[in-house]
Design a protein around this ligand. Structure first.
Ligand SMILES: [Zn+2]
Length: 266
C-alpha cells in the first residue's frame, strides 16, 4: 500500500499520488495550532501532537497524510508572544478547500487529526458536517481528537485535571520530541478555573468534574489569570505516560482504518 515508504503527500509526485489512489483512498489531515504552551512547551505543541499521530498511523497502515496545518483558532492565547490565530471562518474555509481538493482527486475517506482539542473543534466539525451534507456526500469524514480517542487511557494515567499545557499533552511531546520540552520549567500550579468562571467551567478536558457549560474568555483575561500561559499542572508529565497515551490513540485510529478497509471498500 505504501509508496516508497513515503507517508507525506508533499513528498510524492502527482504521478505517485495518482498511482497510490488506485490502491487506497484514505488520507489523514493533521491540524494543530501555533500557540503558547506555558514556559515548558513549544508553540507548535498541538501541531506536533497531530503530526506524530498522523505519522505513526501512516507508518502502521500505509495511508497517506496531507502536510500538517500548523495554525488553528488560538485567539484567547494572543496575549503571549508567538501565537498565531486563524479566525473561525478562515479555519472553516481552509478545511473546506483542502477537503474539496482531496475529494476531487479521489480521496474518499478524510480523517482529520486535531491536536488542538476544544478550540479547533467547532470549525472542524462544522465544516465536515456541512461538506458531507452538501458538496461531498460520498466522502467519509472523521474528526479525531485526543479528548475523545484518548478518553479512556487519560482517565487511567493522568494524575491531575488536564487543561491547556497539561500533563498528558506535555507527556506526549516528551515521548515523541523530548528536546522540545523544557522540563525544568514545567508548571506546578493549576489555575483555579472554577473560582474565575463558576462551578460550570470544564476544568478537565477529559470530562472530569460535574455538569458544565461552555464559557468564553478572551486573551486579555487569559493573560491575567495565568502568568505562564499554562492552565493546568504538568509536574507529573513523563515520557512513559506520553508513550502509553500516544500508542492508545494511534491504535484507535489504526482500528478505524482497518474497519474502513473492510466495511467501506468502494
Ligand atoms: Zn495544546
Amino acid at each position: 500500500m505504501k509508496n516508497n515508504n513515503k507517508i507525506w503527500l508533499n513528498e510524492l509526485t502527482w504521478k505517485d499520488t495518482e498511482d497510490h489512489l488506485k490502491k487506497d483512498d484514505i488520507i489523514l489531515f493533521p491540524i494543530g495550532s501555533t500557540e503558547e504552551h506555558g514556559l515548558a512547551g513549544p508553540l507548535g505543541l498541538d501541531s506536533y501532537v497531530a503530526i506524530s499521530l498522523a505519522e505513526d498511523v501512516a507508518k502502521k497502515t500505509g495511508v497517506l497524510s496531507t502536510p500538517p496545518l500548523w495554525f488553528g483558532n488560538s485567539s484567547h492565547h494572543m496575549g503571549f508572544a508567538g501565537t498565531i490565530s486563524l479566525r473561525l471562518d478562515t479555519l472553516i474555509n481552509v478545511v473546506r478547500d483542502v477537503c474539496i481538493s482531496l475529494a476531487k482527486h479521489g480521496f474518499k475517506k478524510i480523517l482529520i487529526i486535531n491536536g488542538h482539542k476544544y478550540s479547533n473543534l467547532p470549525a472542524l466539525i462544522g465544516a465536515t458536517h456541512e461538506l458531507h451534507e452538501n458538496e461531498l456526500k460520498d466522502v467519509f469524514f472523521a474528526v479525531i481528537d485526543p479528548m475523545k480517542i484518548g478518553a479512556t487511557i487519560a482517565k487511567k494515567i493522568k494524575q491531575e485535571n488536564e487543561h491547556h499545557a497539561g500533563e498528558l499533552e506535555i507527556s506526549e511531546i516528551m515521548y515523541k520530541y523530548p528536546d522540545l520540552i523544557k522540563k525544568e520549567l514545567l508548571d506546578s500550579e493549576n489555575v483555579n478555573m472554577k473560582e474565575i468562571f463558576s462551578d460550570f467551567i470544564a476544568d478537565d478536558l477529559f470530562g472530569g468534574g460535574g455538569d458544565s457549560m461552555d464559557i468564553s474568555w478572551n486573551s486579555e483575561e487569559q493573560k491575567k489569570f495565568t502568568k505562564t500561559g499554562a492552565i493546568s499542572n504538568a509536574k507529573f508529565a513523563s515520557a512513559e505516560k506520553g508513550k502509553e497515551y500516544h500508542e492508545h490513540m494511534v491504535n484507535n485510529i489504526v482500528k478505524l482504518i482497518e474497519w474502513l478497509r473492510v466495511n467501506k471498500k468502494d
